[in-house]
Structures are given as structure tokens and as C-alpha cells.
Design a protein around this ligand. Sequence first.
Ligand code: GDP
Ligand code: ZN
Length: 458
Amino acid sequence: MEFDTIAAISTALGEGAIAIVRVSGEDAVEKVNRIFKGKDLTKVPSHTIHYGNIIVPDTNQVIEEVMVSVMRAPRTFTREDIVEVNCHGGLVSVNKVLQLILTQGVRLAEPGEFTKRAFLNGRIDLSQAEAVMDLIRAKTDRAMNVAIGQMEGRLSKLIKRLRQELIETLAHVEVNIDYPEYDDVEEMTHSVLIEKAERVRDEIRKLLQTSKQGKILREGIATVIIGRPNVGKSSLLNSLVQEKKAIVTDIAGTTRDVIEEYVNVRGVPLRLIDTAGIRETKDVVEQIGVERSKEMLQRADLVLLVLNYNESLTAADKELFEAVQEKDTIVIVNKTDLPQKIDLDEVKILAGNAKMITTSLIEEQGVDELERAIAELFFEGSLEAGDITYVSNARHIGLLAQAERTIADAIEAVHNGMPIDMVQIDLTRTWEILGEVTGETIHESLLDQLFSQFCLGK
Ligand code: GDP
Ligand code: ZN
């Protein structure tokens, strides 16, 4: 494919001492060479880096001292010629360099355009391209590892294998359609068909089962801390937040007034919701009311219900237990440094399947155990096995669920003795749907939408 030459700043703004302007396209080397004083970049070998100055061509005025890498197609990220200008100065000088490059008739890249080209030029498939985006957004090492695994094509490989198996299965169906007069062939085909289709279905199911964990790694476990006033909610929040200095950012949530904070608990990102509310008011349950707490609960993947070891259970406590019935909950009985007044047997009965942990946050007791409980609740240790292929992307999950339904239809059709061409349709459809994950069968507008979510310069 032929594209124009594009450029963008490809390092995160304000981060690090070196900023890079990336230029990709047929004219990349020639265009940068016009404003570079040093070696003739059009003559240097591919994949080499060169010291020199960026100059305004007309005046010879030096803009910036730089290192320029020249990488020629096809062994580059976009499979086009790429030139990267490494600037030492800050934002201002990197911007000047970019502006100068743009005045040479290079177009400013759209967000995600480099990655889009990598995809369109066949360098990476779609799920890998999406992984680039995940990688940029990854909040913990584990999330990053999942993204890297996907970028390296782990998911793509699996999907490709499943599609291959479907093709082979379809070939069996073809035989059956072409030679319907042979009863033996039909017999054999049906059993082979079912066996193969079931294997593909099982693999799709297995992948779908990782989606809860995948989604969590990608988006964080939406966590809500609830409890009566003074039981230690803020203290719990603070010990989760302070111990892990890995809080990434405060980002504005989807709803007004809701602050979300990320905490890295043993590689599991917790997304603490409405912590501002907990921080600012002393009486969350009383002030915002149980109704409001329930609203918060609806959006939670995980509820941390805090009780006071030093007080007996109250009606409000019991109401909170009622409200969390349907949720993954960990019950925390706090203030064990004080005399026991709570009836722990009663707590256990109310907790049901939920894990109960005792803490003294003031003495920093029990937080470790709590963190372990959180990790176990969501990953049951399975995350330690590094070779699992996770699906975390909502688009992939949707497609896989669709594929699972379609292949289940195919299997049922065979069982019910439906005409074999019906089965063929379902299997072909499954093959197509799986192809959308890797982008082998995909529509143009969807592509634009996907790539526009990327950061600039990627
Ligand atoms: P919240 O209203 O539920 O957010 O509770 P806070 O976290 O603000 O704590 C209320 C009070 O209990 C504060 O004075 C804390 O210092 C105190 N507190 C928190 N955890 C403990 C604990 O484990 N032991 C004791 N003795 N006091 C605690
Ligand atoms: Zn508080």
C-alpha cells in the first residue's frame, strides 16, 4: 500500500529527558535530510543512528542538537521508512523540530496512525495493534504482561489455529456435500465434524473464561469500601494507597463527583471508586444514605465491608450485609487492638461465602492478608502461570461470545440431523467472526474507530 509521509512526537509529553519525533513514509529520509546537518542521511546504511543538528534550511539557523536514527522498510514498525529524531531538549525544542519537519511537506499523524499503518502493511494484526493501546494504558506489570503477550501475537496465534481447524472441518463438510451418495462418508463426517467443532468450541470457552480476569487487569477491579462511620474506611483506603506507592493517577470518573484511584495490589489493579466521598465525609452511610451506598455498590466488582471489632453489630451493619449479597465481598473486622465487642460467629454467618479478615489498621496488622485475599478472589493463583492467553478487550470478548454461540448452533444442528449445508453456514460464520478478532475479516469504518482511540505518536 502507498501512503503519504507522516510525523508526530512519539514519546509521552513531558516525560523523560529525550523526546522523539517519529517520521514514517516513503519520503521520510529525504524530508528529514533537508533539515539535518551532519551525514547525508539518504546515503547511510539502514538501522544506524547519527549525530548532528536540526537547522532551518534557508538560514542555517541551528534549532536543536539531535541523534537521528534511520530505519528503512520493511524491517520497521510500520514497514515503511522510519526516521526518528531524538531531541535532548524539552517540549519546546521537540515541538520546533516537529514544526520544521511539517513545513517540509510532511503531514501530522493522526492518533494511532503509525500503528494503523503497521496493521495495514501487514506488520501486525488487529489484536496486536489493540495490544499496543493496552500497553500504553497498562496500570500494573501484570496488565502489561498480558498486553505484551497479546502484542507478541499469543491471542492471534490461538485464533489462527482455531480458524485453521474450522477450515479443515469445513473441508470435511465439503466432502459430504460433494459425495452425499456415500453413506460411509456421511457417517464418518458427522463424528469427525462433531469432534472437531466441539474442540474449537471448548477452546473458545476457555478463552472466554479468562475474560473476567483479563478485563480486570485491563480496567482494574472496581472496588467500593463501605461501612458505618468510624469503623476505619478511610484508614483502610489510606493503608492500601500509601503502602503501595503505585497509585497511578486520579482520573475523573464517568460520573460527576466520582474520583477513581488506582492501587496496585500484588499486581492486581484496584480501581477504588468514590474514595473522595469516603475521604471527605465522616459519615458515609448516614450522610449519603444506604440508598446511595447501594448505587455505588452496583458498579463494584469488589466490596470491602468494614466492621468495628470494638462494637457490637448494629442494624446498619446488617443492612449493609443485605446490600452486598450478590457481590464479591471481603468482610474486614477492624480495630482488633481494642477489646472485642463484636460477635465474630454472627459475622461469619452473615458473611456466608465471603471471606472474613481481622485487621488493626492502626497497628498495620492484617493488610497483607487482605491483599492476598483480594488476589486470590480474582485470580485463584492462576495468574502466576505466565503462559495463559487472556482476552481482556471488550471487542474480542464480544466476538468470542458470538463465535461460541454460532459454533454451538452448528454442533446442535449436526446432533439434530439438520441438512449439512446448514452446518456449513454456521461454521463459516464462526470462522468469519474469529477473523474479526485478528482483523482478517473486518470493516473499514471499524478500523478508523479503533485506531482513533490511540495516543498521538503511536
Ligand atoms: P471511617 O469513618 O470509617 O472512614 O473511619 P476512619 O478511618 O476515619 O477511622 C475512624 C477512627 O478510628 C480514626 O480515629 C482512626 O484513627 C481510628 N482507627 C482506624 N483503624 C483503627 C484500628 O485498627 N484501631 C484503632 N484503635 N483505631 C483505629
Ligand atoms: Zn472516613
